[in-house]
Write a protein that binds this ligand. Structure first.
Ligand SMILES: Cc1cc2nc3c(=O)[nH]c(=O)nc-3n(C[C@H](O)[C@H](O)[C@H](O)COP(=O)(O)O)c2cc1C
Length: 152
């Protein structure tokens, strides 16, 4: 099975850390959204799509890439993210937009991973940020377990 991980990580490289950790364990190729095209993505059987959460959703470049994908048959996907805040079910739905686009393109969604990431956006900078040192070793272990589970 050919696996690709596509990511966008603009704030502190938090999501890139998760993307690289996962790619190592499942022997996936890895590309940032800058280099990933629908044509390249089309060569893989399982694709992971991830970014930080910005204003309540995945990065707009990742969302528009998902929008540009053709409808597929028999391809699998997983979603991942890092965010300053934990998702609170009634208030947030961080995965909604990306999930919607991938399901519209008929990807079979086989997993969703998220963890906290160091966040110094806006006024948070004044207090030195939140979620310092995240993702930490435990987050990376969780990402490894999640990735291993995907290919079992
Ligand atoms: C412009 C901007 C907007 C953000 N919006 C949110 C948000 O809506 N919810 C949240 O929990 N975190 C938010 N964050 C924090 C990021 O999701 C968090 O720091 C994430 O780990 C960044 O990942 P990256 O380093 O891979 O870019 C925001 C950060 C930035 C810079």
């Amino acid at each position: 099975m050919k696996i690709l991980i596509v990511y966008k990580s603009i704030h502190h490289g938090n999501t890139e850390k998760i993307a690289r950790t996962m790619a190592d364990v499942i022997n996936a190729d890895i590309l940032s959204t800058r280099d990933a095209t629908p044509q390249i993505i089309g060569r893989y059987d399982l694709i992971g799509f991830g970014s930080g959460i910005y204003f309540g959703k995945h990065h707009h470049k990742l969302l528009s890439l998902a929008e540009d994908l053709p409808e597929v048959k028999g391809k699998k996907a997983f979603i991942f993210s890092t965010s300053g805040l934990r998702e609170l079910p009634i208030i947030h739905n961080f995965n909604k937009e990306l999930k919607k686009r991938l399901l519209e393109k008929k990807y079979q969604l086989i997993g969703i991973f998220s963890c906290r990431g160091f966040d110094t956006y806006g006024l948070l900078k004044l207090i030195g940020g939140i979620q310092k040192e995240r993702p930490n070793d435990e987050d990376l272990s969780n990402a490894i377990a999640f990735a291993e589970n995907l290919i079992e």
